[in-house]
Structure formats: structure tokens, C-alpha cells
Design a protein around this ligand. Structure first.
Ligand SMILES: [Zn+2]
Length: 99
């Protein structure tokens, strides 16, 4: 058995590690979220729990499972990404409204 390595961190992860989904639609969603293509992963590609929100991981009968609709969303490498989080606080105060 080889070492399970996270395809995103590209290193051996200490935490829980999950296999890519078999379902191709879900797999495509993952690949899109991870900025990866099908050729980047193999049958033995894994991704560690660091990339999932805690609510995406379910504990069933003492084992950890990913929700079927879980998509990795955290700590993702985005090479050349221009996407920046812009917090647009458009809070409109409507306190003094005379009707
Ligand atoms: Zn990872």
C-alpha cells in the first residue's frame, strides 16, 4: 500500500484523507473547485480533510464520511487567481424613515 498523499497539498497529510468521488458529475465539480483537470488525478488520488468544511464530514458508525454533495472549498491553490474576496458591506440604515 502506498502512501496516501493529498493531491491538493501535494504532501502526506496527517488528518483524514478522502478518495475522489466515483460519480463523474461530482468528480467534475471537485475538479472545477480545485482548478484541476481529469488528467491531474488517478484512481489513487486523495484529498485531505483540510479542504472541507466541518459540516461536510459526517461521522457514521465511528467512521468519517464525506457528505455525498460535499465539494472541497477550503485551502485550495489558485495559481494566477485574480479572485480576491471583496467584502462589500452595503448595510443600509433605514432607521429614520418617515412614512
Ligand atoms: Zn490537503
Amino acid at each position: 500500500m502506498g502512501i496516501k498523499k493529498c493531491s491538493v497539498c501535494n504532501m502526506r497529510c496527517i488528518g483524514r484523507i478522502f478518495r475522489f468521488p466515483k460519480d463523474s458529475a461530482t468528480k467534475n465539480m471537485w475538479l472545477e473547485a480545485l482548478n484541476m483537470s481529469r488528467s491531474d488525478i488517478t484512481e489513487s488520488s486523495y484529498i485531505c480533510e483540510n479542504h472541507f468544511r466541518s459540516q461536510d464530514i459526517l461521522k457514521l458508525a465511528g467512521k468519517h464520511h464525506l457528505r455525498v454533495d460535499a465539494v472541497p472549498s477550503l485551502h485550495i491553490n489558485q495559481p494566477g487567481s485574480s479572485a480576491t474576496i471583496t467584502a462589500e458591506n452595503s448595510i443600509t440604515l433605514t432607521g429614520d424613515r418617515n412614512l
